[in-house]
Design a protein around this ligand. Structure first.
Ligand SMILES: NC(=O)c1ccc[n+]([C@@H]2O[C@H](COP(=O)([O-])OP(=O)(O)OC[C@H]3O[C@@H](n4cnc5c(N)ncnc54)[C@H](O)[C@@H]3O)[C@@H](O)[C@H]2O)c1
Ligand SMILES: [Zn+2]
Ligand SMILES: [Zn+2]
Length: 392
């Protein structure tokens, strides 16, 4: 089959690789009909290189049709399914408590990581990903989400990651009717987090330096701001001088606006793997500008919720400000499975309350993936969300 593979820093290519096969009775193999590129893939493309191997298949936002079904997979050939990016057993202590991103059956203990993820480096189990014609899905008995045949792929596809991740971020931000919420970063995750805030009755402010991303958010009832010197003052003015009740950081470790961090990141990705890995794990080389901004902006006693991914153990954190402002901080990889049943009716609702019809800017064949990664990273050509179609 054809699959998108990692080859080096900012280098991916479509190659012919072995077809996946069933290994466990709970596995399925799907023919992938849609598979998205995520901001998290950009971390592999850029800074997480020391944890990648040449030829790793990327991708963790797939859906498709079952072509082979293990005897205990609960699926049948022909089922249309969406696959969560995290792999979880559904039976362990963590899964029973809804913490599927910490699944004790699939945890990657060699790296001290949580549950294995599709297509996400040695840190998360080196599982072949879904930007490919076919995908083996482990633990499909618990993970695969069966969906109907009527609606187009893009209605369901974002149940794999974007919508549950955004939902968890807003849930952790503890936002409801009449509250105020600011969302840092209006990539796909921020777009959805902001829309979910509006859906739950909050007044939502969205911040992003990219004009098309602000324009998209503005179409969904969000008050948008560039990343300017007076942005925080303007949002405070709109919130009785206090700042919003909660801030979602949907940017993560590759924030723009932190040149020192950028130089350090570049240094890491050019080092030999073993040294680079060590520095990435312990060096505190994160670019924390969006997190620091979120802590500054949130009102006293408010909540900061991190959806954006951060790496590194020794990040300097503004503990004095966190303590003084009495801020609650929540974060983590999304427990995708936990939110599925709540979110299915929203994506199937004819009124499309989360705007799944207005997120994808590019639908391309798998062969165009290398150019698509570049456009998504550079935010060129109005690129906000790319869906690859391996069947075209
Ligand atoms: N927690 C999870 O389970 C989970 C799941 C999926 C994605 N993520 C993470 O969420 C983050 C966002 O993902 P995405 O797909 O939306 O990616 P993205 O790269 O498209 O979005 C990031 C956005 O942040 C903006 N930005 C950069 N610096 C900024 C700054 N200083 N201030 C304001 N905005 C700034 C960029 O312009 C961009 O629009 C990534 O870190 C990704 O890894 C986490
Ligand atoms: Zn993703
Ligand atoms: Zn489990």
């Amino acid at each position: 089959m054809r699959a998108l593979t990692w080859q080096g820093k900012r280098e991916v290519s479509v190659e012919t690789v072995l077809d996946p096969v069933l290994r466990e009775p709970t596995d399925i193999v799907i023919e992938v009909t849609s598979t998205a590129i995520c901001g998290s893939d950009l971390h592999l493309y850029e800074v997480l290189g020391p944890f990648m191997d040449k030829g790793d298949i990327l991708g963790h936002e797939p859906m498709g049709v079952v072509v082979e079904a293990g005897a205990e997979s609960g699926c049948r050939v022909g089922d249309r399914v969406v696959i969560p990016f995290g792999i979880a057993c559904g039976r362990c202590w963590m899964c029973e408590r809804g913490l599927t991103s910490q699944c004790e059956t699939t945890q990657v203990r060699d790296y001290g990581s949580g549950a294995a993820l599709l297509g996400y480096s040695r840190l998360y189990g080196s599982v072949p990903g879904g930007q490919a014609e076919y995908l083996r899905v482990p633990h499909a008995d618990f993970g695969a989400v069966k969906v109907g045949a009527e609606l187009p792929d893009h209605r369901y596809l974002f149940l794999s990651d974007v919508i549950p991740t955004a939902w968890q971020a807003v849930e952790y931000a503890d936002v409801g009717e009449g509250d105020t919420l600011a969302v840092y970063g209006l990539g796909p995750i921020g777009q959805m987090a902001a829309r979910i805030g509006v859906h739950l009755g909050a007044e939502v402010f969205g911040i992003d330096p990219v004009v098309e991303r602000r324009a998209m958010a503005a179409r969904h009832g969000i008050r948008v701001f560039d990343f300017d010197d007076d942005t925080h003052d303007r949002i405070r003015e709109a919130t009785a001088g206090r700042g919003p009740d909660a801030v979602v950081d949907a940017v993560g470790m590759e924030a723009h606006g932190s040149p020192l961090g950028k130089a350090a990141h570049q240094a890491v990705s050019l080092l030999p793997d073993a040294i680079g890995r060590k520095m990435m794990e312990t060096g505190g080389l994160d670019r924390l500008s969006a997190l620091h901004s979120s802590i500054d902006l949130v009102r006293r006693g408010g909540t900061v919720s991190l959806a954006g991914v951060y790496g590194g153990q020794a990040s300097p954190m503004p503990l004095l400000t966190l303590f003084d402002k009495q801020i609650q901080l929540r974060m983590g990889q999304c427990n995708v499975h936990r939110w599925t049943q709540r979110l299915l009716p929203l994506v199937e609702d004819p009124a499309d309350p989360l705007g799944t019809e207005d997120l994808v800017t590019h639908r391309l064949p798998l062969s165009a993936a290398p150019e698509a990664y570049e456009a998504f990273q550079k935010k060129s050509d109005g690129c906000i969300k790319v869906v690859l179609d391996p069947t075209s």
